[in-house]
Design a protein around this ligand. Structure first.
Ligand code: ATP
Ligand code: MG
Length: 755
């Protein structure tokens, strides 16, 4: 049968064992994600399972989208009555809660608001202020992360407070903020990201009928990237598989890289404990990478102790060596990467290339270098569209259109664009809201009804009230895109930007236009409305920005999980950057960094570059950098050194070579057996090899250098021919030399050699 024809035996077993729990444990590139897609198609096409009974969980929205496309193409031709649900855990929870949250009996209603991380941090800020803490001393960001961590470990505010040691002031403060934060969320009918999971698990635990409903609905469940699920997600899966256990999870413990977000490798162990008769299937053939890349990856990760260990082989060719480059400084590193990318694109304009780094901040130099050469790229992560201030402003208006009691949203835009509602008035609103235990919206109503306060302030508040009320009315009958337009135009937002008249304001206007486009797309979807539009915007993550069709992609190693590229650069391989400084003193963290290294290396299909710089600016100061310890964990014989001059790698090799140099040897009839004479031996032998190389190079020199070929210049080193102009003695040649840029040379006098 077609669906199974393109699978190996173990993959086939994982696809066709549809009944009962299945755990697929396998290394990178072994086809785990492929198994999930095929299994969905198989369930539908071969087992006749109604698509509506199938739930597949992916790690990102983007991965969900791709999975949907894959399944569709596998099922091409068959007409489906319904679609399987393919979504992230968070989207799944939103779906469940939008239907059933009221059954929790905690006062939440189905039109709850979702607070993303940025909202959560702002709410924490408000709480800090209200409790009289100094924000300089307690950072809102770190408190938000402490709260999130607690929630993910199953602690609520009370439990957290109960565990604070009596002299730990910082945690005592966090406990107080935590309590107020939760109160505010509840009062605002809002859930943060963690709550989405927590409330869903609570709901399914408490309400047997709802649990049964979803058990009956999702009869077949599949989970990709299982190694990165956390305890709550595992609990959710358990609750959904209470009645039947047709569950297939796939994962790789060596790729668990989200421990800092609460992911728990023990979920893999727990799986075997909880699902006693689970079938465990191992996939051992890697289809993605060359043997060399796979060897490099396996070698690095074998330094970890906390792993089960597994075999991974490939029928792919050995492939090229791993390419290594040491740059004198970070700028030269970026230039090398950009110039090398240019070479690849000249040779193959359709090449797909990724530059992977540890943190988003590292992208800047690479962007600049690529821009200088005019190479288009996409950047994933960092400042995403939905994080831009103007987009968030309009989203705040939209949230108010659905729920004017959302005080956090209201606070954000009450005087954006400026409408004469000053700091004092806002403080007054806050105070009144606190006094009456209501929302800012209610406080504003009280103030405008009573009409006390300064007349101008009251007039401004009335104007604001009318604006929001109009949006609320519109949202009840108009499609999402209409409300978005109104939020941009009727609020005066557009006018204010136009009045600025700067280039930056124009760019912001263009972003808002893009937001309207997104809403129009949403309106065209089945069941899509303003609510769904806002849900999707709230749940978007960095990795979702990735588009498969771009030639060059810059992204963090985390965001690259699950993806593959023919050519990959891993950059900034320096201690303190990668592995991250935090890992220096903590073995568990170091192991997590090493898994990240394994993930990064295994994204590469054919060619892998590893680069690092000897100097790098940190907070504006030039500091010297040590090569990453992961470099020395690689099998050195698999690496080709592209650095100019002496590199860390060449020294490392020399020192290893030195160790076995003491053995006496014979060369051309002479014995070399002392340290000095051995050095002499190498000088002679190398001189000879150089001569032979040179002779071979001259012999093979063609009449002219064609674009796309490599040349070597006495001063600039190795470079790529971009263009030739003219012929004969006057022929000029344009060559790009990594680190030096493009040079136009007269071919005859340039002393070029083929390289
Ligand atoms: P990761 O651990 O990185 O998520 P994975 O185990 O999910 O990797 P896939 O992405 O499913 O691996 O597969 C890796 C590559 O190998 C893909 O290009 C996929 O199409 C290919 N592949 C997997 N199995 C087969 C097969 N049986 N025949 C041909 N190609 C395959
Ligand atoms: Mg995968």
């Amino acid at each position: 049968m077609d669906l199974l024809a393109s699978l190996n035996e173990q993959q086939r077993e994982a696809v066709t064992t549809t009944e009962g729990p299945v755990l697929v444990l396998a290394g990178a590139g072994s086809g785990k994600t492929r198994v999930i897609a095929h299994r969905i198609a198989y369930l539908i096409a071969e087992r006749g399972i109604p698509p509506a009974n199938i739930l597949a969980v992916t790690f990102t929205n983007k991965a969900a989208e791709e999975m949907r496309e894959r399944v569709e193409s596998l099922l091409r031709g068959s007409k489906l009555a319904s679609a399987p649900l393919i979504s992230t855990f968070h989207s799944l929870c939103v779906r469940i809660l939008r239907r059933d949250i009221e059954a929790l009996g905690e006062g939440y209603t189905r039109d709850f608001t979702i607070y993303d991380q940025d909202d959560s941090i702002r709410l924490v800020k408000n709480c800090l202020k209200e409790l009289g803490y100094d924000e300089q001393r307690l950072s809102a960001r770190s408190i938000q992360s402490a709260i999130s961590h607690a929630k993910n470990s199953g602690l609520d505010a009370e439990m957290f407070a109960a565990r604070v040691e009596y002299n730990d002031e910082r945690r005592a403060a966090i406990a107080r903020v935590f309590r107020l934060y939760d109160e505010r969320l509840r009062a605002n009918n809002a859930l943060d990201f963690d709550d989405l999971l927590i409330k869903t698990v609570q709901l399914l635990r408490r309400c047997a009928d709802i649990r049964q409903h979803y058990n009956a609905k999702f009869r077949y469940i599949l989970v990709d990237e299982y190694q990165d699920t956390n305890a709550l997600q595992f609990a959710l899966v358990q609750l959904l598989t209470e009645q039947q256990q047709n569950l297939c999870v796939v994962g790789d413990e060596d790729q668990s890289i989200y421990k800092w977000r609460g992911a728990d490798i023990t979920n893999i162990l727990n799986f075997e404990k909880h699902y006693k008769d689970a079938r465990i299937i191992r996939l051992e053939q890697n289809y993605r990478s060359t043997q060399n890349i796979l060897d490099a990856a396996s070698h690095v990760v074998s330094h970890n102790t906390e792993r089960k260990g597994k075999r991974l082989w490939t029928a792919n060719p050995t492939g090229e060596k791993i390419r290594y480059y040491q740059a004198p400084d970070a700028e030269m590193e970026a230039r090398f990467v950009a110039a090398t990318i240019q070479e690849h694109l000249v040779n193959d304009p359709r090449a797909r290339i990724a530059v992977l780094y540890r943190t988003n901040a590292q992208s800047r130099l690479f962007e600049e270098a690529l821009r200088r050469l005019g190479i288009p790229y996409q950047i994933v992560g960092g400042f995403s569209f939905y994080e831009r201030a103007e987009v968030r402003d309009i989203i705040a208006y939209l949230k108010l259109a659905l729920n004017p009691h959302d005080s956090l949203a209201l606070q954000r835009i009450i005087n954006t664009p400026p409408r004469g509602i000053g700091r004092q008035t806002v403080d007054e609103i806050e105070r009144r809201a606190r006094d009456c235990g209501g929302s800012y919206w209610e406080a504003i109503s009280i103030m405008t009804e009573q009409g006390d306060g300064r007349a101008r302030a009251i007039a401004a508040l009335k104007g604001f009230q009318q604006t929001i009320t109009r949006l609320v009315t519109l949202a009840q009958r108009a499609p999402a895109s209409e409300v978005v337009k109104a939020a941009i135009i009727d609020t005066g937002y557009e006018l204010a930007l136009k009045a600025e008249g700067t280039e930056e304001a124009d760019a912001r206007l263009a972003n808002l236009q893009e937001l309207v486009n997104a809403a129009v797309e949403y309106d065209a979807r089945e069941g899509g409305g303003l609510r769904e539009f806002l849900d999707a915007a709230a749940l978007i993550s960095d990795a979702d920005q990735y588009r498969h069709d771009a030639r060059v992609t810059l992204m963090t190693m985390h965001a690259a999980k699950g993806l593959e590229f023919p050519i990959v650069f891993i950059v900034g391989l320096e201690d303190g950057i990668f592995p991250h400084a935090r890992a220096a003193a903590d073995r568990a963290e170091l192991e997590e960094e090493r898994r990240l290294c394994y993930v990064a290396i295994t994204r590469a299909q054919r060619i892998l570059y590893l680069t690092h710089a000897m100097k790098r600016r940190v907070y504006g100061e030039e500091l010297s950098a040590e090569p990453s310890q992961f470099l020395s964990e690689l099998p050195l014989e698999l690496i080709e050194d592209l650095s100019r001059g002496r590199s860390w790698l060449s020294l490392k090799r020399a020192s290893i070579a030195l160790e076995d140099r003491y053995a006496p040897r014979r060369y051309q009839g002479k014995t070399y057996d002392s340290v000095d004479s051995i050095a002499e031996f190498f000088r002679r032998r190398n001189a000879r090899t150089d001569q032979t190389d040179r002779a071979a190079a001259v012999a093979s020199q063609p009449g002219e250098f064609k674009p796309g070929t490599h040349v070597r210049h006495p001063k600039y080193g190795r470079g790529l021919v971009i263009k030739r102009e003219g012929t004969g003695d006057s022929a000029k040649i344009i060559v790009n030399f990594p680190g030096y840029g493009q040079k136009k040379l007269i071919e005859k006098y340039a002393n070029l050699e083929p390289a």
